[in-house]
Design a protein around this ligand. Structure first.
Ligand code: FES
Length: 160
């Protein structure tokens, strides 16, 4: 997939405005990149030179901050983030098979996003609802007691 989603002139104007708004603040970088991500769903690489120029930082400083925080993304993400639990309880109740099936249904590997930007697939450690194992989370909703049939139904339903 193209990892640099097309950014329009209007988007660049908007990023410039956001940077201008934040650059007067004392510690602008983190709230600024969070705001850009809230707006675009990720931090477009095209925004980095605008940030460095206006905030007087090196690109490596900006990239260092972005890569430090797991919740900041420099690639477009899917509208639905699918997190498959790899914790012990889920693992012993078939979590590995569930992950395999989810990969199959979505046609992507862990850490990837479908070309239509519909899904991003991640794995996580225990999500705290082991009694329902095996589990996956789609967005902020937990789906438990999964089996192959339920996985198939789930992706039919979520994709509608
Ligand atoms: S191991 Fe999956 S929810 Fe705890």
């Amino acid at each position: 997939m193209d990892k640099t989603k097309i950014i329009s002139e209007a988007d660049l104007t908007q990023i410039n405005e956001m940077v201008a708004e934040y650059c007067q603040q004392k510690w602008p970088l983190i709230p600024l990149v969070q705001n850009i991500q809230n707006e675009f769903g990720y931090i477009p690489p095209q925004s980095i030179p605008i940030i460095t120029k206006n905030l007087g930082l090196f690109a490596s400083q900006v990239q260092g901050v972005i890569s430090f925080y797991a919740q900041l993304y420099i690639e477009p993400r899917g509208r639905h983030v699918v997190r498959v639990c790899r914790g012990t309880a889920c693992h012993v109740r078939g979590g590995k098979t569930i992950l395999k099936l989810v990969k199959h249904h979505l046609g992507i590997e862990e850490g990837q996003t479908t070309p239509d930007l519909e899904y991003t697939l991640e794995t996580v450690a225990c999500i705290g609802v082991c009694a329902l194992a095996p589990n996956i989370v789609v967005g902020d909703r937990v789906y438990g007691h999964l089996n192959p049939k339920k996985v198939e139904q789930l992706f039919k339903k979520v994709g509608e």
